[in-house]
Design a protein around this ligand. Sequence first.
Ligand code: DX5
Ligand code: ZN
Length: 223
Amino acid sequence: MASEFKLAPSILSADFTNLQLALSQCDDGGAHWIHVDVMDNQFVPNLTIGPPVVKSLRPNTKKFLDVHMMVIEPEKLVEPFAKAGADSITFHIEATDDPQSVIDLIKAAGTKVGISVKPATPLAEIEPYYDQIDLVLVMSVDPGFGGQGYIDGSTERIEKVKQMLIEKCVENRVLIEVDGGIKLHNAKEVIDAGADVLVAGSAIFGADDPVQTMKDFYLLGTH
Ligand code: DX5
Ligand code: ZN
């Protein structure tokens, strides 16, 4: 199995009155990325984080800020999140009629580009863009809330994305990130299917010891 996966704790499940604590726990736990869930109460029913929060996070962490936009009209938020300090900006394929222009905007803004797919969206919809993006974010829950259960069938979708990336000879460049319902008990299955980056929110910040939980995730990659 791949042992070099990255963990991306989702601060959606952290205490919003103490994000500094979440950042230092990510340092102590050895997390590679910080996953930032942006919800607009339109693409999804929930309303969460905007560019000012990313701007506040930026000087307080050296980690890769992984912005997951669950918003309609993603093109309007690309520049604000890039200016706020995002390292990658991921948009949903279902949120736009013109994915190409969103990709172009994100590239022009100078961050990595990700495309996300909801569990019910055919993977063929993202296939035309594999050679232009840096990551595919495979949702393993319906986006909107932390703490949901991993949807059966997500593992097969991860395997399918991996296979498509191999067919296009971009498997060493395009990362597969998986988001939703990832816990210690199913993380190995997700990694074995081809995931490079695991998002985990409630499994980490809902745990009694978030730092030890991050270390436990990384131990999965060593045996
Ligand atoms: C869901 C978000 C996820 C969420 C994951 O819409 O995109 O990133 O924070 O939370 P858990 O790990 O609790 O499923
Ligand atoms: Zn997310």
